[in-house]
Structure formats: structure tokens, C-alpha cells
Design a binder for this molecule. Structure first.
Ligand SMILES: Nc1ncnc2c1ncn2[C@@H]1O[C@H](COP(=O)(O)OP(=O)(O)OP(=O)(O)O)[C@@H](O)[C@H]1O
Length: 246
């Protein structure tokens, strides 16, 4: 079977005036169906640029991205991006936000589906609330539910929890794992937080400084729920931090 995501020899530079800034220096990567891959790397190395290329929002100068063996030329309905900035519509209620992406037929009772996903992320009873009435963590849950309600095969997450406080960040990690146990997705997560990657991912890829290439890759074979204090994860954490020069 083809990989869910295959990244082959992707390179990208940005041109500003006469200057060319090489950002992605040649990245090849395969992600299996249902796999959770986290990407860590130094600030400004090109993580978000790589994610934009892999999700179809940016074109590579060289190389290609295949989703289920098909070249990706633009954002594709199989994948949804969740970013740190958030994209919940403030003028719509939770239920209306969740129904927003369900255009066209084939979704049955949209309100019921929206309410099902609201409940899945712990927002039962808040279906008719507006975003201004919710906390930061609840807003993040709306965003996750809004991504999941369209049943994407791939979740692209770019620092999804970094705007949350530390406690809410920890809660959302657990919440995400619970949701992924209910509904299988292939996940690509960018994070600056090595512990977040160790807690969530099946595999952790360490990117080099810009122009970025894959510097190292670590499998995380531990079952969930994981204890970050376990000796195995501590050893992995030290090895990843060493790759990052820390
Ligand atoms: N559209 C663009 N035009 C020009 N330069 C860009 C563009 N997007 C990104 N860059 C540059 O590419 C480099 C990598 O940026 P990118 O956002 O991909 O890095 P990152 O690893 O995600 O950074 P951070 O960890 O700080 O979020 C930076 O030097 C940035 O200024």
C-alpha cells in the first residue's frame, strides 16, 4: 500500500529582491496511514514552510508531495490544518462554527453531527455559546472539533497548543489522544516542545537549522498513556535535545 503522505526531495527558497533565502534544503519523508509524526527543529528552520508545502498551501521549488500516491498541487479535502492562531468565527455559535464546513449533501443532520463533535471535545452544553463566552482552551477544542467534523484523513497541526497556558496545554494533549483513539487520523504535528512530541507521537523527526533537512528520526514505541518521567522517554528526550544542541 502507498504511504499516506510521501514527501520526495522537497526544496524551497524565498526570494526577496535579489536575495534568495534557502529554507527547505531537501526533505524526504514518508508517513504511514494512521501514523502520528511530530516534527521538531530550531526556531526559524523552516518547519511551518515545510508544513505548508505538505498541506498544499505552498508549492515546492523542487520535489513533490504525494497523498495516497497522488501528487498534491493544492490544499486537499483529505487534510485539515489546525494552527496556533485559531480560525473560529467569532460571529457564529459553537454549533454554527462546527456546521460551517459541512456544505453539500452527504453529512445527514448537520446540527446533530456538530453536536456530536462538540460533545466529543467536552463542549456539551455550549453548542449555542459564542466564542467570546469561551475560555482559550474551550476555543481550541472548538477548533479541533471543527477540523474533525469534516472527517479529514490527515490532521496537520502547527503548534496547535502553544497559545494555551501550560495546564491547558497538558489537558489538550490528553484530549487529543482520547479523540485519536475514537477516530483514526494520520497526524503531522509541528511543535517546539520535545515533551509534547514524546507524549503524543509514534515518531519524532528532528530538523536541522535552515536550510532545513532531516537531521535525525526517533521512533517512540511506548504505548499510551505515556509517563514522561519513564527512563525510556527520558533517554529519548536527552537524545533529541542533544540533536537540537541543548
Ligand atoms: N512567505 C515567505 N516569504 C519570505 N520568507 C519567508 C516566508 N515564509 C517564511 N519565510 C522565512 O523562512 C524562514 C523559515 O520560516 P518558518 O516559519 O518556516 O520557520 P519555523 O521553523 O516554522 O519558525 P518558528 O519555529 O520560529 O515558528 C524564516 O527565515 C522566514 O523569515
Amino acid at each position: 500500500m502507498a504511504d499516506k503522505i510521501a514527501v520526495n526531495g522537497v526544496k524551497k527558497s524565498f526570494v526577496s529582491g535579489k536575495q534568495s533565502l534557502p529554507v527547505v534544503g531537501g526533505v524526504s519523508l514518508s508517513v504511514a496511514d494512521g501514523e502520528f509524526v511530530a516534527i521538531v527543529g530550531p526556531s526559524g528552520c523552516g518547519k511551518s514552510t515545510l508544513m505548508k508545502i505538505v498541506s498544499g498551501f505552498e508549492r515546492a521549488d523542487q520535489g513533490e508531495v504525494l497523498i495516497d500516491g497522488v501528487p498534491l498541487l493544492r490544499p486537499n479535502a483529505k487534510g485539515i490544518v489546525i494552527s496556533q492562531h485559531g480560525s473560529v468565527f467569532p460571529w457564529l455559535t459553537v454549533q454554527e462554527n462546527l456546521m460551517f464546513g459541512l456544505n453539500g449533501d452527504g453529512h445527514g443532520d448537520k446540527a446533530a453531527l456538530a453536536d456530536h463533535y462538540a460533545a466529543m471535545v467536552g463542549l456539551k452544553g455550549f453548542e449555542n455559546s459564542y466564542p467570546r463566552e469561551l475560555s482559550g482552551g474551550m476555543l481550541k477544542r472548538v477548533e479541533i472539533a471543527r477540523a474533525l467534523v469534516v472527517k479529514p484523513e490527515i490532521l496537520y497541526m502547527d503548534e496547535p497548543f502553544s497559545a494555551l497556558d501550560a495546564l491547558m496545554n497538558l489537558r489538550m494533549r490528553t484530549e487529543l489522544l482520547r479523540i485519536l483513539q475514537e477516530e483514526r487520523h494520520t497526524v503531522l504535528l509541528i511543535t517546539h516542545d520535545v515533551e509534547e512530541a514524546l507524549y503524543l507521537a509514534d515518531r519524532i523527526i528532528v530538523l536541522s537549522p535552515r536550510p532545513t533537512v532531516i537531521q535525525a528520526s526517533f521512533a517512540v514505541p511506548q504505548p499510551h498513556p505515556r509517563k514522561l518521567s519513564s527512563p525510556e522517554l527520558q533517554v529519548l528526550k536527552d537524545a533529541i535535545l542533544a540533536e537540537l544542541g541543548l
